[in-house]
Design a binder for this molecule. Structure first.
Ligand code: HEC
Ligand code: HEC
Length: 205
């Protein structure tokens, strides 16, 4: 039993983003400035269809669709992998992602990561409580300004309804989004905390 718990702990705390073939390809492209520029240009073309929902340059057209602009490419690739493997649920994304090969996945992730995401408007009465909760429960992974890093997604400037929906999915353990670290981090949150957090995060630059 102890061994099983230990192994489960290792899995949960091990490499957060599986080193997929697309991930390896992305690192190769990043290593050379000319290849990176070419990949970003190719990613812009390859993502023309994604713009229908995620917007031009990855700034979403409707607020329950996430912005992809400014997001860390390793996180984007990991979510693409999760949709493809059925570990993250969204009927449309699960089907769509299967048509992308590893090269296109790496190019699209690098393209979106290269675009700046603008902050959105928020309900200012929510911000103080949201900041207090964020600093206490979230900043140690997502960073003091919610800008994330190679291991954790950027949250700053993300769409407010999407943030609210996603945080609730992790907390409620519905199986739509699965991540043990996030399940633990969100377990103490009340609905009003989630609202406050989402307003605080959406207006961060
Ligand atoms: C019909 C609308 C639609 C289209 C077209 C679309 N997406 Fe999505 N995408 C969504 C929605 C909705 C979500 C959020 C699902 C959820 O609530 O978890 C999403 C989520 C994502 C995420 C996860 C982002 C995050 O912050 O976790 C990635 C990555 C993504 N899409 C990539 C793409 C790519 C690449 C394309 C083009 C090949 C694409 N999407 C096309 C609707 C769309
Ligand atoms: C121990 C580290 C850790 C802590 C603490 C943490 N997170 Fe996360 N968070 C993650 C990881 C890892 C992911 C990616 C999970 C996945 O693949 O679904 C994530 C994903 C997210 C996402 C999804 C982003 C997107 O684009 O869809 C949101 C929203 C989020 N976290 C909000 C929070 C909030 C709010 C808190 C504080 C209450 C918090 N996180 C605390 C590690 C953490």
């Amino acid at each position: 039993m102890r061994v099983i718990l230990f192994l489960a702990g290792l899995l949960a705390s091990g490499p957060l983003f599986a080193q997929s073939a697309a991930h390896e390809r992305m690192k190769t492209l990043q290593a050379d400035p000319a290849s990176l520029q070419a990949a970003i240009a190719a990613g812009k073309k390859a993502s023309f269809f994604c713009a229908n929902c995620h917007g031009e340059g990855g700034v979403a057209k409707t607020s329950d669709v996430p912005n992809l602009a400014g997001q860390h490419p390793a996180y984007l690739l990991e979510q693409i992998r999760k949709f493809g493997a059925g570990e993250r649920k969204d009927q449309f994304m699960q089907g769509l992602i299967k048509v992308l090969n590893d090269e296109e996945r790496a190019q699209i992730a690098l393209y979106y990561a290269s675009v700046t995401v603008p902050p959105s408007k928020a309900d200012s009465s929510q911000i103080a409580h949201g900041k207090m909760m964020f600093d206490k429960l979230c900043a140690r992974c997502h960073g003091p300004n919610a800008r994330g890093n190679e291991l954790y997604p950027r949250l700053a400037g993300q769409q407010q309804p999407y943030l609210k929906k996603s945080i609730t999915h992790y907390r409620d353990g519905t199986g739509v989004r699965n991540n043990q670290l996030m399940a633990i981090a969100t377990s103490p949150l009340k609905n009003e905390d989630i609202v406050a957090l989402s307003h605080y995060l959406t207006q961060l630059p």
